[in-house]
Design a protein around this ligand. Structure first.
Ligand code: GCO
Length: 255
């Protein structure tokens, strides 16, 4: 028997970048809590694979292939959902890229690409979702932040700036949309085992640094974000707005 505070039955969740990694784990976790999930990515084969895997587990899921930096594709995707009578009740702005390079070597197009993918996309997709959530008086927006929303690490400047922006965009969304019955919050993952971090995991010095710097003395697993995601997607968080929940083994809390 699911506690109604954490029950997503009857709700539909769009999770960007959910064909793999953190987004894929979050999408499955929301589905396990009762949500119908919309899987997004840029590669149709990967998206369809994730949809098939979820369907095989008895979950209601559908594909929505678009690049989060392509505003025309975003508008077209939301128009198609409208036409199908599908209301996005829960939006998880997860899609993101990482680019590790010293700033003096970083090109301006490289900078812009990270900011567009990680930050501007959350604004554009958030705006399109909110336009539809506000008239219904209900909506949950969950932006994926980072430890770099608070602290910088050398060689990941555009990612850091984008995630710092995600933290304050979340608060801006709360400022403008809370009165309409929407809740906008963020999850700040710590160092998680993902494809994006594989180069770091494989680097013995970096691996040792993460395990030494993290109170939990280990990397996090993508599925360890599910609890915070379900909480922020569910009625349990109806009076929570503009917050960032760090799921980081304690890293952000210690020197
Ligand atoms: C890096 C990592 C980090 C983590 C995560 C930490 O290069 O330092 O990619 O950015 O992915 O964001 O919260």
């Amino acid at each position: 028997m699911t506690n109604p505070l954490f029950d997503l039955t009857g709700r539909t969740a769009l999770v960007t970048g959910s064909s793999r990694g953190l987004g894929r784990a979050i999408a499955e976790g929301l589905a396990d809590a009762g949500a119908a999930v919309i899987i997004n990515g840029t590669t149709a084969a990967r998206v369809d694979q994730a949809v098939s895997e979820l369907a095989a587990k008895g979950h209601q899921s559908r594909a929505c292939v678009f690049d989060v930096t392509d505003e025309a594709a975003i508008t077209k995707a939301f128009d198609a959902l409208d036409a199908a009578g599908i209301h996005v009740d829960i939006l998880v702005n997860n899609a993101g890229i990482q680019l590790r390079k010293p700033m003096v070597e970083l090109t301006t197009p490289e900078w812009r690409s990270v900011i567009e993918t990680n930050l501007t996309s959350a604004f554009v997709i958030g705006r399109e979702a909110a336009k539809r959530m506000i008239p219904r008086g209900y909506g949950k927006i969950i932006n994926i932040a980072s430890l770099t929303s608070e602290l910088a690490r050398a060689t990941v400047a555009p990612y850091t700036v984008s995630k710092g922006g995600i933290k304050l965009l979340t608060k801006a969304m709360a400022a403008e949309w809370a009165a309409s019955g929407l809740q906008a919050n963020a999850i700040g993952p710590g160092y998680m085992i993902t494809d994006m971090n594989q180069a770091l995991i494989d680097n013995p010095a970096f691996d040792a640094w993460v395990k030494g710097r993290t109170p939990a003395k280990r990397w996090g697993m993508p599925e360890e974000l599910i609890g915070a995601a379900v909480f922020l997607a569910a009625p349990a968080s109806n009076y929570v707005n503009g917050q960032v929940i760090y799921v980081d083994g304690g890293m952000i809390s210690v020197l």
